[in-house]
Design a protein around this ligand. Structure first.
Ligand code: GLV
Length: 318
């Protein structure tokens, strides 16, 4: 008998067809964002859930899941939306989708750093309102080429950002939980603490996952380690940044500009971010290419398939 999978969000058509060929699935045709209670009710007596970043699945929600649920395949590389320890305690395997979105997300990170440093938001408004003329001092930004880039979190995406940044002639510095092998470092300079990294960073790329340790890691104190006029890009998670501290730093010149694709409490956006000009905002587009979204759903499906055929899924995270 086919296993029953509850799919929380609408997927690309081919991905849904593939799932239907393997499992008995309930799809979310209208792509409604379910509340935790709706996920609990909808997945009652199912065998697994295919979730996404928009589903907060905390310990309380997990405790209310049917005992029949054995796997949550998150269709994302980040899994901060799921309490993986609570899942483990209930005997639920959690998987993510690494690798397949590394390039797309690193591309967006470069866009965020460039969009912020070269004042793309203000430029767009000036062009749109026909309120501009070329002049020697019109909308002067900060050049990214040949600067020092600090990378906070040198996992797959951080390293892919480094690779791209090198094409801009940037000198790469990084901080990570542990120093990488020289192979993976590929010339990047390791800093064993954030203070030392931030003091060196003319541009800062946030690429660490959202965990209890990284929550509000960018705060009033850590921002004070930066040089004046640093440019920051965040394609990781909003939770890593204390928004009030960032707003202050954007107002007082500590941070020249901030490019971000991710937010605390998405899809809400801190109201000050919508008022400031030295901000470049995108609506969580890091993995938003057709190929990447297809690959993510494919990989989540493969994790479900492996799990139910008795294999350890390749992307198990708990
Ligand atoms: C996107 O944000 C992801 O974690 O895949």
């Amino acid at each position: 008998m086919k296993k029953k999978i509850f799919v929380t969000r609408k997927l690309l058509k081919e991905n849904e067809e593939k799932l239907q060929s393997l499992f008995e699935v309930t799809l979310n045709k209208d792509d409604k964002i379910f509340t935790p209670q709706e996920i609990i009710d909808g997945s009652k007596n199912y065998d697994g859930i295919l979730s996404s970043v928009t589903d907060p699945i905390n310990a309380d929600t997990i405790s209310k899941f049917s005992n029949s649920i054995k796997i949550i395949a998150n269709g994302a590389v980040g899994f901060g939306n799921i309490d993986i320890q609570a899942a483990k305690a209930k005997g639920i395997t959690v998987t993510n989708t690494p690798d397949v979105l590394t390039d797309a997300t690193a591309d967006i990170q470069i866009l965020l750093l460039l969009g912020a440093s070269r004042r793309a938001y203000e430029g767009r408004i000036a062009a749109e309102t026909q309120n501009w003329k070329w002049s020697f001092d019109f909308l002067l930004g900060k050049q990214m080429s040949n600067k020092r880039l600090g990378i906070l979190g040198m996992g797959r995406i951080g390293r892919a950002v480094a690779k791209r940044a090198k094409a801009f002639g940037m000198e790469i510095h990084y901080h990570n939980r542990s120093k990488l092998s020289s192979d993976l470092e590929d010339g990047a300079i390791y800093h064993k603490d954030i203070k030392s990294l931030f003091e060196k960073s003319e541009f800062l790329s946030i690429n660490c996952p959202a965990t209890l340790e990284t929550k509000n890691l960018i705060n009033k104190e850590t921002l004070s380690y930066l040089e004046e006029n640093t440019v920051i890009g965040n394609a990781a998670r909003g939770d890593v940044v204390d928004d009030d501290a960032m707003v202050e730093a954007l107002k007082n010149g500590k941070v020249f500009a901030y490019g971000l694709d991710v937010y605390n409490g998405e899809p809400k956006i801190h109201p000050e971010y919508l008022k400031l000009k030295n901000i470049f905002l995108l609506p969580h587009l890091g993995s938003a290419t057709k190929r990447t979204r297809w690959d993510m759903a494919y990989r989540a499906t493969k994790n479900l398939e492996d799990f139910f055929s008795g294999k350890k899924p390749q992307d198990q995270v708990n």
